[in-house]
Design a binder for this molecule. Sequence first.
Ligand SMILES: Nc1nc2c(ncn2[C@@H]2O[C@H](COP(=O)(O)OP(=O)(O)OP(=O)(O)O)[C@@H](O)[C@H]2O)c(=O)[nH]1
Ligand SMILES: [Mg+2]
Length: 577
Amino acid sequence: MYTDDPLDEVLKPPPVGLRTPPDESPDDRAIRLRNEAEAETVSLAIDASIKAERHARRKKRIVRLLLLGQSESGKSTTLRQFQRLYTPTAFREERILWRAVIQLNIVRSIHTILDALTFPSTSPHTSPYSSPRSSARTASRPPLPNHPPLLSSQYEQYNGKENDTTLTLGSSDGDSEPDFVHPHQHPHRSPRSNSSIALAPPTPLKARLLPLQHIEALLIAKLVPPNEDATHFARAGTGTSAGPSSSSSASSSGAGSGPYGTNHSYRNQEIFVRPGPGWKGGLARARVNYPGSGYGNESDDGVEQNNGSGNGARPTSAGNTGLETQDEPQEVLNICSRDMIALWHDEGVRDVLRRRKIRLEEGPGFFLDDLERLTSLNYMPTDEDVLKARLKTVGVSEYKFEMEATAGWHSGTEWRIVDVGGSRSQVSTWVPFFDDVDAIIFLAPISGFDQVLSEDRKVNRLEDSVLLWKAVCSNQLLANVNLVLFLNKCDILEKKLKSGIQVSKYIRSYRDRENDLDNVSKYLRSKFSAIHREYSPNPRRFYAFCTSMTDTATTAGIIASVRDMVIRQQLKQSKLL
Ligand SMILES: Nc1nc2c(ncn2[C@@H]2O[C@H](COP(=O)(O)OP(=O)(O)OP(=O)(O)O)[C@@H](O)[C@H]2O)c(=O)[nH]1
Ligand SMILES: [Mg+2]
């Protein structure tokens, strides 16, 4: 139980019988000795059970995979890809539960448009979906990000190394210019980007879309568990740790009247759920009561766990019809369908969004191009819809599963995938999960090179990913863990590059290289690889993939490679032990 650690030696209790208090009567001594003997027995039993559990784990082959990366990097989407590929029955059964999330994503997109039309753009970035390129503020380099505890030491180290404010991704020929150009500083902003636009949507249309407000409140109430503090949504911009409040903006003063009121500021806040089956359980119970289904279970340590193996008492019909109960949000969306489609396709509206630099199609949970299909009364989410849906994670959850035989690969290995919340306030919650990890998939959404973090608009997203990657690579607890890098959102990156956005304007060291997906992804891959080499405490192999996690066709092969690599490494290690 004790190690060579000198601290252990000091803390170690004296052996039984040597702890005699002064003036102890013979009776007291007998009681004390009995208690000490009992405590010793309990301690030995605990040691034995820990040993046995370790032994069983090794025998059973449990693979623990940790998903890390900044918020919106695609961690939960990667988890859903694993579920889709290896527990397809369970995944299919749960698709219906995602309908509420998709409905909410649609309603929020429509409200973002209505807000953009209604409120003049005097304060930039009032929408979580707006592109930071719209900002005309600030001329000087913003301060480098303050990182949460996980990062602080590496960050300071890096800070000392690079001399204050210079973050260099590549060689910049010794000049002291920071490599990342903050999007707010971008010299090529549209001259009209700060113009004040007050183009109210036509009143009859706005009136006809009014029921969406009620639907939004209904869906939030459905998704957010009753014990969750609803005032989260009114507390915009307070920067507290456990909620969407960290995404602040100039207009998010905290004075909003919450999701059920009329103030639009709450819409800057993302709806979040604690991961695991909590919210799904609530929806499932609202639909059909499944005794013993295991939904909503919480393990002893408070970490919600979801057995995705598809067994238990859940009826196999679940998720296949979606017609078990009335669905008021779907009915309202169906009634508003024509108006929503008209709004989204209106040239004047598109123009306002362009001028306000609101690029909904690049943001998370974008479904406006599929409104016809998604608003039909018997709409059932497809696999792709579930992967595209956006629901922010707060907290940490472990998803346990054994690959279903129907997934074509059955080894008896139990997989445990840990999904974490990625926003800055959440990073400190990751560390306890570094123990006993077989591999980490780190997601760096490289399409974010021209964006800022939604929780801190002073920080370039790619810059933040690079810092986070440095911190993970250099972390001593992870020194022997295999790191797999997913350079994610390559589909969005490709669209941006094709639309003419120049990487070199945001990453100085990119210089005059070709501005296409192949060259940009190779460049970034080599930079992440160099950091991996330089910062890893021990040498280890670098695994990296360019990914589009919402794409079912390309992702299957990548996930299979990761699966094989992890299993191979685990076998190798168990042979070494
Ligand atoms: N187009 C595109 N969208 C993606 C990709 N990967 C993820 N997304 C979308 O990006 C959004 C955010 O992804 P999530 O998986 O929720 O991100 P996360 O890392 O779990 O974020 P937090 O829970 O806030 O930590 C979702 O709407 C996803 O569908 C990708 O490669 N391409
Ligand atoms: Mg998530």
